[in-house]
Structure formats: structure tokens, C-alpha cells
Write a protein that binds this ligand. Structure first.
Ligand SMILES: Cc1cc2nc3c(=O)[nH]c(=O)nc-3n(C[C@H](O)[C@H](O)[C@H](O)COP(=O)(O)OP(=O)(O)OC[C@H]3O[C@@H](n4cnc5c(N)ncnc54)[C@H](O)[C@@H]3O)c2cc1C
Length: 402
């Protein structure tokens, strides 16, 4: 995609979107389709994280779980809207990003009982999601998913396609293709400040260049409170997240290519809430089963320097033995040639809801995917775009706002 930075230097835009991540790329696409002149500003993925001096993201990966089931009815409505639009976005952009292999959710009824009705089984039932249910002790699912193993104390829910996973890098590419086709300009630089001006806003980049627009939408994920992007500080919690990659050979990857994604309420002293993506081809040409979980070693950085330090040299191997044990137990017949970790970051709020709002005369924000924002990002972006465009929640999406 061409970088039109020099040509757009004097240009005026309707909206600057800060952050070419999952929320920002979606919002920029929808804004451009609403006829706005959009500047989408954000750096590409750094080639070498250990030496990178700037911002990072939550999307430098090949797989994000997707399904209709989500944490509460509002999330589920947003997610459903996004999932139902994957095919049209793929067709419009010519970029495939969706792998509808189905999803299994493995839950522990004793822990669900402590919950608020937002447990997976209640949610799939109340949200009318097509699924098969195997109660604890019913091992019939083993014939269907012979490579997987879970304790008999757990139930298993299978949600069929379009559940599965999406490739977040390719989803962003798809959004960018459509946005550019509708006139958006992508400026692949980090923004170091957004200020109000007489006519709207001015954004400055790390190369000291300025871009002007009537409005700005800040969608910088875990980096939203840094770099003077907003006139206010948002109540965001940043949490480190470890990604574990178990390498399998090509024939194993082929054999497991239609295995479902897994979300598993594991009973473990170190890991909480495991998720697994079946073998994926990564940019290095190898195939990896990917998993992650909250761990007892997660840290909560509060400054940009701390986040950068985590990405550059954080110790993501602390819980590797627990992850290896869990991987081997879940996929007992599968040989993992290597198991390695990567570092990532999450952005959360106290009530687990994204923040999509107006925070200044001409400044809006869309952030806090709370560890589950990728699958519904197209609809979160659509919601933000509607708010930025009209200054109010879009009528057709009003039932989806929280
Ligand atoms: C390991 C991991 C696994 C996950 N698994 C799932 C899953 O299975 N399913 C799911 O639905 N969700 C999942 N998520 C959550 C999902 O990835 C996030 O909710 C989503 O990425 C949030 O989108 P965002 O646009 O808010 O942030 P991001 O995707 O991080 O995008 C923010 C963008 O802003 C850019 N930026 C930051 N500062 C600036 C600046 N100053 N100037 C310009 N640009 C800037 C960043 O470079 C980045 O590109 C997972 C997250 C992690 C970390």
C-alpha cells in the first residue's frame, strides 16, 4: 500500500484516526464509507521488538478466537454483527482473514455456579446460539474431537462455524484496503500529540510533522493514555499477556487443520482461562498451536516505559512449564517440537466494557478490548465511526451500545 505522507502534509481531513489496530482500522473503514476524508495514523509492526523505541500493540499475531458466544448480551450483539459481516468484508477487500473451524468451550460447572449468569452455557442458551452440549461425564465429544482431552468434571459446548478464528493482521489489512478504496490516507507514523485547534484538531507525529482535521478518534489500544493523545486520562488497566507457540510438523498441522478453537476453564494453580488456536502457519513458515491464559505472573504496567520494557525484554518464560503441561494434557497424542513464548499486552476497564465516547469538543476515543475485542472489532469500529460522524450513537446500532 502506498505511503502518501508527503502529499497529505498540507491536506485537511474530516477525521484523524490514531491507531491502525483492530478498532482503529475498522473505524477508519466505516468513516471512509460514510464519505469522510480520513487520515489513519499508526505505525506498522516493528521488525525487531527487542530494539523498538516506539509503541507496540495487541494484534501482532496470526490468530484470534471468534464465535457468537460472548461474555454478556451486549458483547454478544456486537460480536454477532461483526461475525455476520466477515464474509462481506472479505469479498469487498479480497483479503481472507476468517477460518470457520468451530469453537469448543470447556467449562467447570462448580465454578460457573459462583457466576452471575454470564457463564458460557447460560449465554449460548439465552442468546439463542446454535450449539451442542456435552454435560460433565458425557464423553461422546471424544469421538468428534479425538485429538483433544479434558477432565470428565467439565462440560463441553461446541459452537459450529462461523465460530473459529480470525487472523488479526489480515483483518487489519482487509479494513485498510477498503478504507483506501474509499479515499482514506494511511500515515504509517506514531502520533506524539493531539491538540485542539481553531478548526478542530492537530496531530503531530514522531517525525514532527502535523496533520489537521475537524475531529480525531483515538484508538491506540493499551497506549491510549500515553503520548498526549487525549485531553483526559482514562481509567484503563494494562495487563501483560503471554502467547505460547507449540510447533508441530507440516503433516500434523494438516491433520489438525480443521480442529476447533478451545476456550478452557482449566483448574490450575498458575493458569486461568486457557484459550487455544489450532495449528496456524506463522510468518516464519512453521506451524504452531497457539495458546494463552491469565497467569499468576502477569504484571500491570502503568507507564509507557514499563510496557516497552515488557515487549523488549520481559520474562515471558516464567510460566512456561505450566503452559507446557497444559498443552500436553489438552493434546496428548500430538508431538510439539518446540514450545516458546511471545509477549503481548491487554487493555481493560473495571466493568469489562470498551470505552467508546467523546472526550473533548473534537476528540473521541475507542479503546479497551478487554482481551476479547478482536472478534467484534468491525462492529466496535462501526459504532465509534457512527458516533464520530454524527456526534450521537447511530440509530441502527443503538441497541448494541452499552
Ligand atoms: C495475546 C492476546 C490474545 C487475544 N486473543 C483474543 C481472542 O482470541 N479473541 C478476541 O476477540 N480478542 C482477543 N484479544 C484482544 C484483542 O486483540 C484486542 O481486544 C484488540 O486488539 C483491541 O484492539 P485495539 O484497536 O483497541 O488495540 P490494538 O489492536 O492494540 O491497536 C492499537 C493500535 O494503536 C497503535 N498506536 C498506539 N499508540 C499509537 C500512537 N501514539 N500513534 C499511532 N498509533 C498508535 C498501535 O501500534 C496499534 O496498532 C487478544 C489480545 C491478546 C494480547
Amino acid at each position: 500500500m502506498p505511503v502518501l505522507w508527503r502529499r497529505c502534509r498540507m491536506a485537511e481531513f474530516d477525521t484523524i484516526v490514531v491507531g491502525n489496530g483492530l478498532f482503529g482500522s475498522a473505524a477508519a473503514r466505516h468513516l471512509s464509507q460514510l464519505g469522510e476524508r480520513v487520515a489513519l495514523m499508526g505505525p506498522d509492526e516493528p521488525p525487531d521488538q527487542s530494539r523498538h523505541q516506539g509503541v507496540f500493540s495487541s494484534h501482532y499475531d496470526q490468530g484470534r478466537l471468534t464465535r457468537f458466544q460472548d461474555r454478556n448480551p451486549s458483547w454478544a450483539a456486537i460480536t454477532r454483527r461483526a461475525v455476520e459481516n466477515y464474509a462481506s468484508l472479505e469479498a469487498l477487500s479480497g483479503v481472507g482473514f476468517h477460518y470457520p473451524v468451530g469453537a469448543v468451550i470447556v467449562g467447570d460447572p462448580s465454578r460457573d455456579a459462583e457466576g452471575s449468569g454470564d457463564d458460557p452455557l447460560t449465554r449460548v442458551r439465552e442468546d439463542g446460539i446454535v450449539h451442542d452440549y456435552y454435560e460433565p461425564g458425557d464423553g461422546a465429544w471424544r469421538t468428534r474431537f479425538p485429538d483433544l482431552d479434558f477432565p470428565d468434571s467439565h462440560y463441553l459446548i461446541h459452537e459450529p462455524a462461523p465460530a473459529g478464528f480470525i487472523n488479526p493482521r489480515r483483518l487489519i489489512r482487509a479494513q485498510n484496503v477498503v478504507a483506501v478504496a474509499h479515499g482514506a490516507t494511511i500515515i504509517r507514523e506514531a502520533v506524539t500529540g493531539v491538540r485542539s485547534s481553531r478548526d478542530g484538531v492537530i496531530a503531530k507525529t514522531h517525525t514532527n510533522t502535523t496533520v489537521t482535521a475537524r475531529k480525531a478518534l483515538v484508538a491506540a489500544g493499551a497506549f491510549t493514555n500515553f503520548n498526549d493523545l487525549l485531553p483526559v486520562q482514562l481509567p484503563l488497566e494494562i495487563k501483560t499477556e503471554v502467547v505460547v507457540l507449540g510447533r508441530v510438523d507440516g503433516s500434523t498441522a494438516k491433520r489438525l487443520s480443521d480442529a476447533p478453537t478451545v476456550k478452557y476453564a482449566i483448574d490450575d494453580p498458575v493458569l486461568e482461562g486457557i484459550y487455544v488456536v489450532p495449528p496456524l502457519r506463522y510468518p516464519d513458515g512453521n506451524h504452531y498451536v497457539k495458546l494463552g491464559a491469565n497467569t499468576t505472573a502477569d504484571i500491570y504496567p502503568t507507564s509507557l516505559a514499563e510496557i516497552q520494557d515488557w515487549f523488549r525484554r520481559g520474562d515471558s518464560d516464567v510460566c512456561l512449564p505450566s503452559f507446557e503441561r497444559a498443552l500436553g494434557a489438552m493434546w496428548p497424542g500430538t508431538e510439539f517440537q518446540t514450545v516458546e513464548t511471545k509477549r503481548c499486552i491487554l487493555c481493560r476497564t473495571a466493568d469489562s466494557r470498551p470505552i467508546i465516547d467523546r472526550v473533548g469538543d473534537s476528540v473521541f476515543v475507542a479503546t479497551a478490548g478487554n482481551g476479547g475485542g478482536a472478534k467484534g472489532s468491525d462492529a466496535w469500529g462501526e459504532l465509534a465511526a457512527g458516533l464520530v460522524h454524527d456526534g450521537r450513537w447511530p440509530a441502527n446500532l443503538a441497541p448494541l451500545s452499552m
